[in-house]
Ligand binder design. Structure first.
Ligand SMILES: *[C@@H]1O[C@H](CO)[C@@H](O)[C@H](O)[C@H]1NC(C)=O
Ligand SMILES: *[C@@H]1O[C@H](CO)[C@@H](O)[C@H](O)[C@H]1NC(C)=O
Ligand SMILES: *[C@@H]1O[C@H](CO)[C@@H](O)[C@H](O)[C@H]1NC(C)=O
Ligand SMILES: *[C@@H]1O[C@H](CO)[C@@H](O)[C@H](O)[C@H]1NC(C)=O
Length: 300
């Protein structure tokens, strides 16, 4: 049964070690899809391509990146998604082929540790955002198609190229802060909006648009960090007890507005000395507790 070239034998041995050979007729082992497929390919290549009998091909289901022909150009199988490993060599069949609108590239721009080798992965050929019929902005056609295939019942279609026009979304809201009198504090507010949004800061309970005429408060705005984003900062220098309160970031464009707020707690040195440290630690969220915008991945 194993007639693969001997150069493949060590790799096969490793894979067999990781994924014990299932009894004949059982389902292929679960585990990372690319690993399973690489494993199957090694077996298949060992057996050569043989005559193609399409009626014996399994029907691939739930292919989020569409379908491609297998190494023998015989059966359809699921193509690899954006971000999955792929074979840089077009003749290679280890990781599999990238789906529609994707190409296999070495991602040079990644945050590789020193000495790490970049791995080829499927990347979208397009970087043009588009607006889906669900009113969401997709980073490019690849993430749109992935969503459309994942929820066929949603009947997604492309409304137009460019982001959807919508009220602003706050991607990263300001975080609660405490500190002692005399220190400087900064609140940040990262907003996605198309059309472009303006950002305003106010303290709850007052109508004054900050910084007002208060010389120890300043505000700054800058486009970014991503396209169609704008970030605003509110800085309060040498905080005093009277600065305590809730500060609100308000992002507004022609279609609407969104707000997010965070509190500032000011301790005097006296109070700090009498305050339980474990209580203080619970006041400042650790980075893990930061607003989670994981689900925005496909969008902006
Ligand atoms: C999906 O689109 C098709 C064709 O445009 C239409 O016939 C069908 O009613 C739509 N289904 C839903 C749930 O909107
Ligand atoms: C208080 O402010 C100082 C200077 O702005 C900063 O270095 C320090 O980390 C802050 N302390 C806390 C608990 O956030
Ligand atoms: C707070 O405590 C430290 C040492 O525990 C002391 O040096 C400092 O003077 C105290 N500060 C105040 C304002 O009481
Ligand atoms: C500080 O808080 C911890 C846990 O919340 C508690 O066990 C400890 O007794 C407190 N210490 C003081 C001095 O209040």
């Amino acid at each position: 049964m194993f007639r693969q070239p001997s150069v493949l034998a060590p790799a096969l041995a490793v894979l067999l070690f990781l994924q014990p050979l299932p009894p004949a007729g059982s389902r292929p082992p679960s585990g990372p899809e690319y690993l399973r497929r690489g494993w199957q390919r090694l077996l298949d290549e060992g057996e050569g391509c043989g005559p193609c009998q399409p009626e014996e091909c399994p029907t691939p289901r739930g292919c989020l990146a569409g379908r491609v022909l297998d190494a023998c150009d015989c059966c359809w199988e699921c193509a690899n998604l954006e971000g999955q490993l792929c074979d840089l060599d077009p003749e290679g069949h280890f990781y599999g082929r990238c789906g529609e609108h994707l190409e296999c590239r070495l991602d040079a721009g990644g945050d590789l540790q020193r000495g790490e080798v970049p791995e080829p992965q499927c990347l979208c050929r397009s970087t043009s955002p588009l607006c889906g019929s669900d009113g969401r902005t997709y980073a490019q056609i690849c993430s749109f198609q992935e969503a459309a295939r994942a929820w066929p019942q949603a009947n997604l279609s492309v409304m137009h190229s460019g982001p959807c026009e919508a009220e602003p979304q706050i991607l990263s809201p300001p975080r609660d802060i405490w500190n002692v009198t005399g220190q400087d504090v900064i609140f940040g507010c990262e907003v996605f909006a198309y059309p472009m949004a303006s950002i305003e800061w106010r303290k709850d309970g007052t109508e004054t648009l900050l910084p007002g005429d208060d010389p120890h408060i300043s505000v700054q705005f800058r486009g970014g960090p991503q396209r169609f984003e704008v970030t605003g900062w509110l800085q309060i220098q040498a905080i005093r007890s009277s600065d305590e309160g809730t500060y609100r970031c308000l992002a507004r464009n022609a279609l609407g507005q969104t707000t997010a707020s965070a509190s500032l707690t000011v301790f005097t040195l006296d109070q700090l000395n009498n305050t339980n440290i474990s209580l203080l630690n619970s006041l400042n969220p650790t980075p893990e507790e930061e607003y989670d915008n994981e689900e925005e991945d496909d969008y902006y």
